[in-house]
Unconditional design. Sequence first.
Length: 319
Amino acid sequence: MKSVSQLTDFYYKELYPDLQKLEEQRLKIKKRLINIGILYLIVVVIIAFIIYKNFSIEVLFFYTIVALAGIKLIQNYLMKDYSVDFKDKIIAPLISAIDPNLNYRPFSHISKNDFINSKLFEKHIDRMSGNDYVHGSIDDINIQFSDLLVEKKHKDSKGREVWERVFEGLFIVSEFPKNFYGQTIILPDSAQKIFGNLIGNWLQSNNFSRDQLVKMDNISFEKEFVVYSSDQIEARYILTPSLMQKLLDYKKKTKHPLYISFIGGKIYMAIEYNDDMFEASLFHSLLEYKIAMQYIQTLHLAIGIVEELKLNQKLWSKR
Protein backbone atom coordinates (compact mmCIF):
# COMPACT_ATOMS: atom_id res chain seq x y z
CA MET A 1 0.00 0.00 0.00
CA LYS A 2 1.30 3.45 -0.92
CA SER A 3 2.23 5.86 1.84
CA VAL A 4 0.10 8.89 2.68
CA SER A 5 2.68 11.20 1.12
CA GLN A 6 2.71 9.19 -2.14
CA LEU A 7 -1.07 9.35 -2.34
CA THR A 8 -0.99 13.07 -1.59
CA ASP A 9 1.36 13.58 -4.55
CA PHE A 10 -0.95 11.51 -6.76
CA TYR A 11 -4.00 13.50 -5.65
CA TYR A 12 -2.45 16.86 -6.47
CA LYS A 13 -0.35 15.97 -9.53
CA GLU A 14 -2.49 13.41 -11.37
CA LEU A 15 -6.02 14.39 -10.33
CA TYR A 16 -5.63 18.16 -10.11
CA PRO A 17 -6.71 18.96 -13.72
CA ASP A 18 -9.98 17.06 -13.18
CA LEU A 19 -10.36 18.62 -9.74
CA GLN A 20 -10.15 22.10 -11.24
CA LYS A 21 -12.83 21.27 -13.84
CA LEU A 22 -15.08 19.80 -11.17
CA GLU A 23 -14.49 22.85 -8.97
CA GLU A 24 -15.70 25.12 -11.79
CA GLN A 25 -18.74 22.87 -12.19
CA ARG A 26 -19.40 23.00 -8.43
CA LEU A 27 -19.32 26.81 -8.31
CA LYS A 28 -21.78 27.06 -11.24
CA ILE A 29 -24.18 24.63 -9.53
CA LYS A 30 -23.86 26.51 -6.24
CA LYS A 31 -24.73 29.83 -7.94
CA ARG A 32 -27.72 28.28 -9.73
CA LEU A 33 -28.99 26.71 -6.51
CA ILE A 34 -28.78 30.01 -4.61
CA ASN A 35 -30.68 31.86 -7.37
CA ILE A 36 -33.33 29.15 -7.75
CA GLY A 37 -33.58 28.74 -3.97
CA ILE A 38 -34.26 32.45 -3.38
CA LEU A 39 -36.91 32.49 -6.12
CA TYR A 40 -38.51 29.30 -4.79
CA LEU A 41 -38.56 30.69 -1.24
CA ILE A 42 -40.28 33.90 -2.41
CA VAL A 43 -42.93 31.88 -4.26
CA VAL A 44 -43.62 29.70 -1.20
CA VAL A 45 -43.96 32.78 1.06
CA ILE A 46 -46.36 34.48 -1.41
CA ILE A 47 -48.51 31.33 -1.65
CA ALA A 48 -48.60 31.01 2.13
CA PHE A 49 -49.57 34.68 2.52
CA ILE A 50 -52.38 34.37 -0.06
CA ILE A 51 -53.77 31.29 1.66
CA TYR A 52 -53.47 32.40 5.31
CA LYS A 53 -53.40 36.22 5.08
CA ASN A 54 -51.93 36.48 8.60
CA PHE A 55 -48.93 34.39 9.53
CA SER A 56 -48.72 32.43 12.76
CA ILE A 57 -45.58 30.76 14.13
CA GLU A 58 -47.00 27.33 13.22
CA VAL A 59 -47.71 28.35 9.62
CA LEU A 60 -44.30 29.98 9.26
CA PHE A 61 -42.60 26.84 10.62
CA PHE A 62 -44.57 24.53 8.30
CA TYR A 63 -43.82 26.50 5.14
CA THR A 64 -40.16 26.88 6.13
CA ILE A 65 -39.90 23.08 6.29
CA VAL A 66 -41.69 22.82 2.91
CA ALA A 67 -39.31 25.37 1.37
CA LEU A 68 -36.18 23.67 2.72
CA ALA A 69 -37.35 20.25 1.53
CA GLY A 70 -38.00 21.67 -1.93
CA ILE A 71 -34.59 23.34 -2.09
CA LYS A 72 -32.97 20.04 -1.06
CA LEU A 73 -34.73 18.23 -3.91
CA ILE A 74 -33.56 20.91 -6.35
CA GLN A 75 -30.00 20.55 -5.03
CA ASN A 76 -30.06 16.77 -5.51
CA TYR A 77 -31.29 17.22 -9.09
CA LEU A 78 -28.64 19.82 -9.95
CA MET A 79 -25.85 17.71 -8.43
CA LYS A 80 -26.75 14.40 -10.09
CA ASP A 81 -24.24 14.55 -12.97
CA TYR A 82 -21.66 16.32 -10.83
CA SER A 83 -21.73 13.51 -8.22
CA VAL A 84 -21.28 10.84 -10.90
CA ASP A 85 -18.33 12.76 -12.41
CA PHE A 86 -16.74 13.08 -8.97
CA LYS A 87 -16.87 9.33 -8.39
CA ASP A 88 -15.61 8.51 -11.90
CA LYS A 89 -12.81 11.07 -12.07
CA ILE A 90 -11.63 11.32 -8.46
CA ILE A 91 -12.71 8.45 -6.21
CA ALA A 92 -12.17 5.60 -8.72
CA PRO A 93 -8.62 6.71 -9.72
CA LEU A 94 -7.72 7.33 -6.08
CA ILE A 95 -8.76 3.79 -5.14
CA SER A 96 -6.70 2.35 -8.01
CA ALA A 97 -3.73 4.42 -6.84
CA ILE A 98 -4.08 3.03 -3.30
CA ASP A 99 -3.79 -0.48 -4.73
CA PRO A 100 -4.57 -1.82 -8.26
CA ASN A 101 -6.07 -4.96 -6.69
CA LEU A 102 -9.00 -2.96 -5.31
CA ASN A 103 -12.31 -2.94 -7.20
CA TYR A 104 -14.75 -0.05 -6.89
CA ARG A 105 -18.55 -0.33 -7.22
CA PRO A 106 -20.06 3.10 -6.47
CA PHE A 107 -23.67 1.94 -6.02
CA SER A 108 -23.14 -1.21 -3.89
CA HIS A 109 -22.40 -1.66 -0.19
CA ILE A 110 -21.34 -4.11 2.54
CA SER A 111 -23.87 -6.92 3.16
CA LYS A 112 -26.33 -6.94 6.05
CA ASN A 113 -24.86 -10.25 7.26
CA ASP A 114 -21.38 -8.73 7.61
CA PHE A 115 -22.81 -5.84 9.62
CA ILE A 116 -24.73 -8.19 11.95
CA ASN A 117 -21.83 -10.64 12.30
CA SER A 118 -19.59 -7.85 13.60
CA LYS A 119 -21.69 -7.70 16.83
CA LEU A 120 -20.69 -4.06 17.18
CA PHE A 121 -24.24 -2.73 17.35
CA GLU A 122 -26.86 -4.57 19.36
CA LYS A 123 -29.98 -2.88 18.03
CA HIS A 124 -32.37 -4.57 15.63
CA ILE A 125 -31.94 -3.56 11.96
CA ASP A 126 -34.92 -2.74 9.75
CA ARG A 127 -33.32 -0.83 6.88
CA MET A 128 -29.84 -0.55 5.38
CA SER A 129 -28.48 1.49 2.50
CA GLY A 130 -25.04 2.52 1.33
CA ASN A 131 -22.66 3.10 -1.56
CA ASP A 132 -19.00 3.36 -2.59
CA TYR A 133 -18.27 -0.34 -2.11
CA VAL A 134 -14.63 -1.37 -2.49
CA HIS A 135 -13.32 -4.94 -2.34
CA GLY A 136 -10.03 -6.67 -3.13
CA SER A 137 -6.68 -7.04 -1.44
CA ILE A 138 -3.95 -4.73 -0.18
CA ASP A 139 -0.56 -6.27 0.59
CA ASP A 140 -2.19 -9.74 0.44
CA ILE A 141 -4.85 -8.67 2.95
CA ASN A 142 -8.43 -9.25 1.76
CA ILE A 143 -10.53 -6.22 2.56
CA GLN A 144 -13.94 -4.74 1.73
CA PHE A 145 -15.56 -1.50 2.84
CA SER A 146 -18.33 0.94 2.01
CA ASP A 147 -20.38 3.81 3.35
CA LEU A 148 -23.40 2.55 5.29
CA LEU A 149 -26.60 3.97 6.76
CA VAL A 150 -28.29 1.50 9.13
CA GLU A 151 -31.68 2.25 10.72
CA LYS A 152 -34.34 0.68 12.92
CA LYS A 153 -38.07 1.44 12.99
CA HIS A 154 -40.17 2.18 16.06
CA LYS A 155 -43.24 4.13 17.15
CA ASP A 156 -43.07 7.47 18.93
CA SER A 157 -45.32 8.51 21.86
CA LYS A 158 -48.11 9.42 19.39
CA GLY A 159 -47.91 6.09 17.55
CA ARG A 160 -46.21 7.54 14.48
CA GLU A 161 -43.57 5.54 12.59
CA VAL A 162 -40.05 6.86 13.30
CA TRP A 163 -36.72 5.75 11.85
CA GLU A 164 -33.81 5.75 14.31
CA ARG A 165 -30.23 5.81 13.01
CA VAL A 166 -28.19 2.86 14.33
CA PHE A 167 -25.00 3.66 12.41
CA GLU A 168 -23.83 5.98 9.66
CA GLY A 169 -20.28 6.04 8.38
CA LEU A 170 -17.58 3.80 6.92
CA PHE A 171 -17.77 0.05 7.59
CA ILE A 172 -14.71 -2.16 6.94
CA VAL A 173 -14.34 -5.95 6.91
CA SER A 174 -10.84 -7.43 6.73
CA GLU A 175 -9.79 -11.07 6.77
CA PHE A 176 -7.10 -12.32 9.15
CA PRO A 177 -5.18 -15.51 8.22
CA LYS A 178 -5.84 -17.15 11.61
CA ASN A 179 -9.17 -17.65 13.40
CA PHE A 180 -9.64 -15.98 16.75
CA TYR A 181 -10.55 -18.41 19.54
CA GLY A 182 -13.04 -16.05 21.12
CA GLN A 183 -14.52 -12.69 20.25
CA THR A 184 -13.10 -9.34 21.29
CA ILE A 185 -15.04 -6.11 20.87
CA ILE A 186 -13.69 -2.55 21.28
CA LEU A 187 -16.19 0.29 21.70
CA PRO A 188 -15.99 4.02 22.42
CA ASP A 189 -15.93 4.55 26.20
CA SER A 190 -18.94 6.83 26.61
CA ALA A 191 -19.93 5.64 30.12
CA GLN A 192 -16.65 6.64 31.75
CA LYS A 193 -16.62 10.05 30.03
CA ILE A 194 -20.19 10.84 31.11
CA PHE A 195 -20.28 9.35 34.63
CA GLY A 196 -16.61 9.33 35.65
CA ASN A 197 -14.33 6.44 36.61
CA LEU A 198 -16.27 4.95 39.51
CA ILE A 199 -19.78 4.82 38.04
CA GLY A 200 -18.45 4.35 34.50
CA ASN A 201 -16.47 1.24 35.51
CA TRP A 202 -19.51 -0.16 37.32
CA LEU A 203 -21.73 0.34 34.25
CA GLN A 204 -19.12 -1.25 31.98
CA SER A 205 -18.69 -4.27 34.29
CA ASN A 206 -22.46 -4.79 34.47
CA ASN A 207 -23.18 -4.62 30.75
CA PHE A 208 -24.87 -8.04 30.67
CA SER A 209 -25.35 -8.01 26.90
CA ARG A 210 -21.57 -8.12 26.43
CA ASP A 211 -18.80 -10.57 27.36
CA GLN A 212 -16.27 -9.98 30.15
CA LEU A 213 -14.87 -6.50 30.62
CA VAL A 214 -11.11 -6.42 29.88
CA LYS A 215 -9.06 -3.78 31.72
CA MET A 216 -5.97 -2.65 29.81
CA ASP A 217 -2.75 -1.19 31.26
CA ASN A 218 -2.74 1.82 28.91
CA ILE A 219 -4.49 4.64 30.84
CA SER A 220 -5.00 6.80 27.74
CA PHE A 221 -6.55 3.85 25.88
CA GLU A 222 -8.85 3.12 28.85
CA LYS A 223 -10.17 6.69 28.71
CA GLU A 224 -11.13 6.41 25.03
CA PHE A 225 -12.20 2.77 24.64
CA VAL A 226 -13.88 -0.07 26.51
CA VAL A 227 -12.96 -3.69 25.69
CA TYR A 228 -15.18 -6.79 26.04
CA SER A 229 -14.01 -10.31 25.28
CA SER A 230 -14.95 -13.95 25.73
CA ASP A 231 -11.22 -14.68 26.19
CA GLN A 232 -9.24 -12.29 28.40
CA ILE A 233 -5.86 -13.75 27.37
CA GLU A 234 -6.59 -13.54 23.66
CA ALA A 235 -7.80 -9.94 24.02
CA ARG A 236 -4.36 -9.03 25.41
CA TYR A 237 -2.60 -10.87 22.57
CA ILE A 238 -4.65 -8.81 20.12
CA LEU A 239 -4.29 -5.43 21.84
CA THR A 240 -0.53 -5.01 21.88
CA PRO A 241 0.87 -1.65 23.11
CA SER A 242 1.64 -0.75 19.49
CA LEU A 243 -1.91 -1.51 18.29
CA MET A 244 -3.48 0.45 21.16
CA GLN A 245 -1.31 3.42 20.22
CA LYS A 246 -2.41 3.15 16.55
CA LEU A 247 -6.05 3.33 17.62
CA LEU A 248 -5.38 6.28 19.93
CA ASP A 249 -3.49 8.18 17.22
CA TYR A 250 -6.29 7.66 14.71
CA LYS A 251 -8.95 8.72 17.23
CA LYS A 252 -6.95 11.87 18.02
CA LYS A 253 -6.58 12.76 14.31
CA THR A 254 -10.16 12.20 13.19
CA LYS A 255 -12.20 12.65 16.41
CA HIS A 256 -14.75 10.18 15.01
CA PRO A 257 -16.19 7.31 17.13
CA LEU A 258 -14.40 4.05 16.32
CA TYR A 259 -15.74 0.50 16.84
CA ILE A 260 -13.73 -2.71 16.23
CA SER A 261 -14.40 -6.43 16.67
CA PHE A 262 -12.26 -9.53 16.18
CA ILE A 263 -14.50 -12.54 15.46
CA GLY A 264 -13.71 -15.80 13.67
CA GLY A 265 -11.20 -15.00 10.96
CA LYS A 266 -12.37 -11.43 10.44
CA ILE A 267 -11.74 -7.95 11.74
CA TYR A 268 -14.67 -5.52 11.60
CA MET A 269 -14.32 -1.75 11.89
CA ALA A 270 -16.99 0.95 11.98
CA ILE A 271 -16.04 4.63 11.83
CA GLU A 272 -18.99 6.92 12.54
CA TYR A 273 -19.17 9.99 10.31
CA ASN A 274 -22.90 10.82 10.39
CA ASP A 275 -22.70 11.75 6.72
CA ASP A 276 -21.74 10.20 3.38
CA MET A 277 -17.96 10.34 3.53
CA PHE A 278 -17.14 10.06 -0.17
CA GLU A 279 -19.80 12.25 -1.73
CA ALA A 280 -18.85 15.53 -3.37
CA SER A 281 -19.97 18.48 -1.25
CA LEU A 282 -21.55 21.50 -2.91
CA PHE A 283 -20.39 23.90 -0.20
CA HIS A 284 -16.78 22.74 0.26
CA SER A 285 -14.03 23.14 -2.30
CA LEU A 286 -12.67 19.99 -3.92
CA LEU A 287 -9.26 21.63 -3.98
CA GLU A 288 -9.03 21.02 -0.23
CA TYR A 289 -7.45 17.69 0.56
CA LYS A 290 -9.79 16.83 3.45
CA ILE A 291 -11.93 14.20 1.69
CA ALA A 292 -9.01 12.22 0.30
CA MET A 293 -7.06 12.46 3.56
CA GLN A 294 -9.93 10.97 5.58
CA TYR A 295 -10.17 8.12 3.10
CA ILE A 296 -6.44 7.38 3.11
CA GLN A 297 -5.99 7.68 6.88
CA THR A 298 -8.86 5.27 7.51
CA LEU A 299 -7.48 2.69 5.09
CA HIS A 300 -4.05 2.98 6.66
CA LEU A 301 -5.58 2.27 10.06
CA ALA A 302 -7.47 -0.82 8.81
CA ILE A 303 -4.41 -2.29 7.08
CA GLY A 304 -2.18 -1.31 10.01
CA ILE A 305 -4.30 -3.35 12.43
CA VAL A 306 -4.06 -6.50 10.29
CA GLU A 307 -0.32 -5.99 9.71
CA GLU A 308 0.20 -5.54 13.45
CA LEU A 309 -1.49 -8.88 14.11
CA LYS A 310 0.46 -10.60 11.31
CA LEU A 311 3.72 -9.42 12.89
CA ASN A 312 2.71 -11.22 16.08
CA GLN A 313 1.72 -14.55 14.52
CA LYS A 314 4.45 -16.32 16.54
CA LEU A 315 2.57 -15.36 19.69
CA TRP A 316 -0.64 -16.74 18.24
CA SER A 317 0.98 -20.09 17.38
CA LYS A 318 1.94 -20.62 21.02
CA ARG A 319 -1.69 -20.61 22.15
